[in-house]
Design a protein around this ligand. Structure first.
Ligand code: AMP
Length: 288
């Protein structure tokens, strides 16, 4: 099937309805475009889990705060179409903001609890925007499977909550983070980094490794694990602003003083390098 681009929600819904009627299963990969190999790995995974892969490219204004980078967020549709096609995508859905949020649009999906901390606390309204757009994209593309990246760990928890709470029949799949050779997590926002900042940005990966090593060495006190990560950031990027360098229970984001043996912990980082805000995370099990 040659790559097909659809820009209207109504046409997209009609296309998936027809595909489903013919017995095809659908996988959806929601993105904001400016695709890199992290996105492509989600698309390749989607290709193994359904007959037809729909990738969505939509820079969702509702998930950006008033002082965030919505207008300067990088965009390159032509390049994206090539990457999507090479990764096995069949349909690229590219709605406009006016198509997603026409005049009179009034609905917002808001998820409590899991959104109280980390990105949810620092970016008010962000997860309402994410939950709203993902709910819409899942209703428009009606996928059997939707694929998301571990890179945005809290977002995956929000989406799992959304799908469970609203009885959406889609299965949520989470794919590991793709990294550059020096460990930096691939991100559309990495283009904002100057060469000097780009070199320093690998410290996030080093900090996650320091947290992992602390845990592997028997540390289960949260403060000590967090200190190990914070020290790596502070010593490598002295003028970085650390929004958080924290450890939490992976599934709930609860933060006990000590993690229990056998539990899976997520190490979470959000660091501002100059004007660029980078996030990363790692999953680690507390050894027996
Ligand atoms: P975005 O375009 O940044 O909204 O990301 C779209 C999807 O790609 C989300 O599910 C992200 O978690 C995922 N993603 C972003 N970066 C990576 C990466 N480096 N590795 C794997 N998935 C990623």
């Amino acid at each position: 099937m040659a790559l097909r681009q659809i820009s209207s929600a109504a046409e997209m819904q009609a296309a998936v309805m027809e595909l489903r009627r013919k017995g095809n299963t659908i996988a959806c990969v929601p993105t904001m475009g400016y695709l890199h190999d992290g996105h492509a790995s989600l698309m390749r995974h989607a290709k193994t889990s359904a007959d037809v892969v729909v990738a969505t490219i939509f820079v969702n204004p509702k998930q950006f705060g008033p002082n965030e980078d919505f207008t300067r967020y990088p965009r390159d549709l032509e390049r994206d179409l090539g990457i999507a096609e090479a990764a096995g995508v069949d349909i690229v859905f590219t709605p406009s903001p006016a198509d997603m949020y026409p005049p009179g649009y009034s609905t917002s999906v808001s998820i409590s609890g899991i959104t109280d901390t980390f990105e949810g606390a620092l970016r008010p309204g962000h997860f309402d925007g994410v939950a709203t757009v993902v709910a819409k994209l899942l209703l428009i593309t009606m996928p059997d499977v939707a694929v998301f990246g571990q890179k945005d760990w809290q977002q995956t928890l929000v989406i799992r909550r959304l799908v469970a709470d609203l009885n959406i029949f889609t299965e949520v799949v989470v794919v590991p983070t793709r990294r550059e050779p020096d460990g930096l997590a691939m991100s559309s926002r990495n283009v904002y980094l100057s060469p000097e900042q780009r070199a320093l940005a690998t410290s996030l990966w080093k900090a996650l490794q320091a947290g992992e090593q602390a845990i592997a060495g028997g540390e289960c006190r949260r403060a000590a694990i967090e200190l190990a990560m914070q020290e790596v950031i502070r010593s490598n990027i002295p003028d970085a602003v650390v929004d958080y360098a924290s450890a939490a229970e992976a599934d709930t984001l609860h933060q006990p003083e000590e993690f229990a043996v056998g539990h899976t912990v997520v190490l979470l980082l959000a660091v501002r390098v100059g004007a660029t805000r980078l996030i990363d995370n790692a999953l680690v099990q507390i050894p027996q």
